[in-house]
Design a protein around this ligand. Sequence first.
Ligand code: ADP
Length: 465
Amino acid sequence: MSAAVLPGSKAAAERAPIRFEKVLIANRGEIALRILRACREMGIRTVAVHSTADAEAMHVRLADESVCIGPPSARESYLNKAALLAAATITGCDAVHPGYGFLSENADFAEMVQDHHITFIGPPPRLIRKMGDKIAAKQAAAEAGLPCVPGSDGAVESADDAVARAEEIGYPVLIKAAAGGGGRGMKVADSAAAVTEAWRTARTEALAAFGHAEVYMEKYLANPRHIEVQVLADMHGTAVHLGERDCSLQRKHQKVLEEAPSPALTTEERERIGAVAATATRNLGYYNAGTMEFLYENGHFYFMEMNTRLQVEHPVTEMITTLDLVKEQIRIAQGERLGYTQDDIRFYGHAIECRINAEHPVTFAPSPGTIGRYHAPGGMGVRVESGLYTGLKVPPHYDGMIAKLVVHGANRQECLMRLSRALGEYVIEGVETTIPLHQRLMKAPRFVSGDYDIRWLEQFVTDPD
Ligand code: ADP
């Protein structure tokens, strides 16, 4: 292979598919284990990385090799590009899977990996970079044919500019950070005075959280649903969609429970938005797995952003399509063809995922600690994604999600009954968890009816009656 052809690039793929021998898993927790399992089933050896706080983690125990990459703070370990690259090089890995969070959407890291002739299991770095800048992403999305939320069509440069744009768009408006993520740097404003204030505070927050103060503006939709479309594309020009996920159950802009298909969409709407997303994926020159996030209100879809990585909630799509998304990501990165088209994709039944966090179920205060008794639910249609075991210390340094309970049923009704049953079987002692919140949700008429929007859960947790 000539030095000019980078692994993971289109040029490399056009030669012949390669086969990975060893993959570095640049992540922790349940997703590290998820990736490890896919690799093992594909006959690929794995290298786990871990901070000193995660030395006893399940993915470290199960990996073929492991490398300690630093102290507990994420900045010095899971976000430490040099340490990760050194680990991949020293162990002779030919690919890196970034998982979600941490460096998964860091274009510089993806480029560094590829510059070292190691394949980054993900889309081309230039598209990670473009989609990471939400202003550029919205422009690219509009050009690729996606409907967008009406907004400022670019950065809002001054407080006066903010007021002028808001008057054009119409109140209420939402100010968002161009480099945003996790709902940080977002401010709603319903008057000229509020916009001036929101513009200032959003910039301050964005600068503190992301190192970039740039903000933009969108019309604030009153009661939308969050509906996202999973796409998959190979390096040879084939792109498909795998249907949608409804992620409207959110608290502080964080997803709590996800389901597929969405109880709100008709088959016609699903096919329409799916086709639009798949076409846009192709138009963008995108490959690997990706997710296009939309707000959906009164029968209209509005593009919000594209996530250029595997999502936390990918298992609900796996359950209704029977595709293994991590294996698909690896196959695509090896330069293989998808080997199927949209017509081959079928949807079976209904799936729901509950995110289980080590948090107090009412106050949501973090609850790190040592796991005592542990018993995971089982039975037909039940899947647990978690690295928990008795004696494991849940460290306070990272995201509190410790498990995902994913359930599949022939239809939504069966899925709900199965989920209630499985939640009742789950025993996690030693830390507080959000299982009781999910149990309350299963009994909430609004949730059971499927008629909820992105504001409903927030109100339900503060006032369940
Ligand atoms: P982040 O990348 O910070 O998560 P998103 O753009 O994905 O930001 O938005 C996060 C959440 O904020 C969405 O899931 C939705 O609940 C809400 N949101 C975003 N844009 C709007 C909007 N224009 N109107 C109403 N709610 C919005």
